[in-house]
Unconditional design. Structure first.
Length: 99
């Protein structure tokens, strides 16, 4: 996705706001899939799978590099997102087991 050339600061801000809405929507969709994943797992240890976390972060870092982004920034973002979503998945897993 290439950024369009804006003519004013207002236009730049409008485009950023639009992208932010899309980013939040994509994160929400990702979180919905994370919650679905909980029903396929048999333990909390499986949810916290460090090898899968490393795989996801490595893939995101590669994409960042391809797009000319700082891979360290993407790693930091993904680490926060994954940590929070793991907690969400654990809660979903425990709630499913209580039913």
């Amino acid at each position: 996705m290439e950024a369009k050339q804006c003519q004013t600061l207002s236009e730049v801000r409008k485009e950023i706001d639009t992208l932010d809405e899309q980013i939040v929507a994509l994160i929400a969709a990702r979180n919905a899939y994370i919650k679905q994943a909980a029903k396929f797992k048999i333990s909390i240890e499986e949810i916290k799978d460090p090898s899968r976390v490393a795989q996801v972060i490595d893939r995101a870092r590669s994409r960042a590099f391809e797009k000319g982004l700082n891979p360290n920034m993407i790693t930091a973002i993904y680490e926060i997102m994954i940590d929070e979503m793991v907690e969400s998945e654990i809660l979903e897993f425990r709630n499913a087991k209580d039913l």
